[in-house]
Design a protein. Sequence first.
Length: 274
Amino acid sequence: MTLTNAADRIVFVGAGKMGAALLSGLARAGAPERVEVVEPRPSVEVTALCAAQGFVLCAEPPAGAPPAGTLLLAIKPQMLESVAPMLSTLVGPETLVVSILAGKRIADLSARLAAKAFVRAMPNTPAAIGRGIAGAFANAETSEPQRALAQRLLEAAGEVVWVEREELIDAVTAVSGSGPAYVFLLAECLAAAGAAAGLPDDLAARLARATVSGAGELMHRTPELSPVTLRENVTSPGGTTAAALAVLMAQDGLAPLMTRAVEAAKRRAAELSG
């Protein structure tokens, strides 16, 4: 990745799991030299990554530093109110603010940060291995070069899709932002079901993990096939898979349960606003 201006630096504020995942993706993509990370309690992994990549790591914004070209907010949403005042020196009228704070609207951000250009995005944790996907929205004040920079930052860790209305970011959060946890829970439940069916716990866990990850990789490598087609390909009429799917696809089965789960996550994202 190449910055359009050598003086244009990228500052990450927060380097928890998601911030660290994006930093890792940025490092793999070939990061610009001027990357700074503001994180008072960095993990061992983040400290090592910054040292290896030459990223500047500090507990708080350095005094007297000029405004950042790009400020990427990766703190917990609940911390915005308390952290915003110390970010004032990092933000100027030309700063692009990219926020991955769940539920925090651009209106919430602009009320606290003196920038004009904002991109609100929601990546997910597979970004740590370059297989993430992020949904993003840019406000009208974001220029095309700034939007392109945000695109490059986010796609360093996976795919990027843009939505036309900001409120759709809450739905993106509920589907793909939180979605990896749903898949991990599926692996947990499949392993538990295997153990209940008589398999040793470790074997059931191994079978479930390989099945979920393998099915995901098959879906990744065959984008021309829909999930419906892939499901039908493995389902013989009257067979064992069909018997299981009859339970999962019942009126009170997986589909309505997933709808309620996504709706709960979307509602919580809205509650985090303000």
